[in-house]
Design a protein around this ligand. Structure first.
Ligand code: GAR
Length: 220
């Protein structure tokens, strides 16, 4: 893969939040290691102990923290602890990679313009959970995945990039999830690459890519 960093800007510090297997985390680790992304993951935080994503991070020598949401009395208290650990790394970018907690408005505002999420649907369709099954139940013929800047609204926020896949007659939620996931591993590193090369920004809810206003998501 050809590697282009626009200008010799300083590598960005990336914090990644996970709740599970961490295959998107792995795709971003690989893209940092190959030089595709001009950045380094300074911390991986999981709200669940013993998830495979923590092992992936440790295997690459990345600092990890478990901040178990069950140990906190309120969402705000949990989010405040997250912020403390993320800010201790001076993160330039916070990447939600299969992080399955709803974040408070305080958290999303704190990281406005530098908080990304990946969601397994063609947003604004199928916000929330069970996206693949809901797409099948509706007889949808095209499904996919979106990477977006996070706003206080759940799975809201301006969409940067999407990958579309056709839904086959014999698809199940599992087969769809698998095909969508393989697209996730392409588009998430791509968007993180743009951000870390200072090519992508969000200002007043307007996305700019290479200085041009992005009116529609980039489609893979
Ligand atoms: C991915 O499919 C991601 O899109 C989804 O969780 C999975 C995590 O997989 N995220 C959401 O549903 C967020 N609402 P991973 O742990 O292997 O990266």
């Amino acid at each position: 893969m050809s590697i282009k960093h626009t200008e010799n800007s300083k590598p960005k510090n990336i914090a990644v939040l996970i709740s599970g297997s961490g295959s998107n985390l792995q795709a971003i680790i690989d893209a940092c290691e190959s030089g595709q992304i001009n950045g380094r993951i300074s911390v991986v935080i999981s709200n669940r102990p013993d998830v495979f994503g923590l092992e992936r991070a440790a295997n690459s020598g990345i600092n990890t923290h478990v901040i178990d949401h069950k140990q906190f009395d309120s969402r705000e208290a949990f989010d405040a602890e997250l912020i403390k650990h993320i800010d201790a790394t001076a993160a330039d970018l916070v990447v939600l990679a299969g992080f399955m907690r709803i974040l408070s408005g305080e958290f999303t505002q704190h990281y406005q313009g530098k908080l990304l999420n990946i969601h397994p649907s063609l947003l604004p369709a199928y916000k929330g959970t069970q996206t693949h099954q809901r797409a099948l139940d509706d007889g949808t013929t095209v499904h996919g995945v979106s990477v977006h800047f996070v706003s206080p609204e759940l799975d809201g926020g301006p969409v940067i990039m999407q990958a579309r896949i056709p839904v086959h007659d014999d698809d199940t939620a599992d087969s769809l999830a698998k095909r969508v996931l393989s697209r996730e591993h392409v588009i998430y590193p791509q968007v993180v690459e743009w951000f870390c090369a200072d090519r992508l920004s969000l200002d007043n809810n307007v996305i700019r890519l290479d200085q041009q206003v992005l009116h529609e998501p980039v489609i893979l």
